[in-house]
Design a protein around this ligand. Structure first.
Ligand SMILES: Nc1ncnc2c1ncn2[C@@H]1O[C@H](COP(=O)(O)OP(=O)(O)OP(=O)(O)O)[C@@H](O)[C@H]1O
Ligand SMILES: [Mg+2]
Length: 141
């Protein structure tokens, strides 16, 4: 995926949708970017491209949102508020992070590197950098 300069939330959604076109089951997507970068926005477009009809919202409090209405089951996780490895395991997130059956998209995956997926699980890293109030640079590492 080439570097994309996004000028609006809609364009960031489109970048997510583009990534979904080349995704396979058994993949973890790590989303890197500071608070308000547009990670959840990107997931909204990603989910829509998989055919998910329900509204995608931030799993910050729920920790995990499951969307099963699309072509591949999608699990959306936000690790920002978790306080320790025990909480990751206690919340039942471990399997979704280490051995996903569908696709797991993770915001703030860098907080718990202990749970980074390893082959044969495919791990894709997407960065969203804030350039200014409405511009973002989006690229795959
Ligand atoms: N080009 C853009 N792409 C995405 N979001 C944008 C853009 N320009 C402005 N925004 C605004 O930035 C915010 C992005 O919010 P979003 O919840 O997607 O961020 P996030 O990275 O998930 O944050 P958090 O780490 O808090 O979960 C929204 O308020 C959105 O309207
Ligand atoms: Mg978010």
């Amino acid at each position: 995926m080439d570097t994309i300069i996004s000028n609006s939330p809609e364009e960031t959604e489109r970048a997510g949708a583009l990534c979904a076109q080349s995704i396979k089951p058994g993949t973890v997507v790590g989303l890197f970017g500071e608070l308000g970068a547009g990670k959840t926005c990107w997931v909204r477009g990603f989910a829509r491209a998989l055919g998910v009809k329900s509204r995608v919202h931030s799993p910050t409090f729920a920790l995990l949102n499951l969307y099963e209405g699309g072509s591949i089951p999608l699990c959306h996780i936000d690790l920002y508020r978790l306080e320790g490895e025990d909480e990751v395991i206690g919340a039942g997130l471990e399997n979704y992070l280490l051995s996903p059956k569908g696709i797991t998209v993770v915001e703030w995956i860098e907080r718990w590197e202990h749970f980074l997926p390893k082959p044969p699980v495919q791990y894709r890293k997407i960065h969203i950098d804030i350039l200014n109030f409405e511009q973002r640079r989006i690229f795959e590492e």
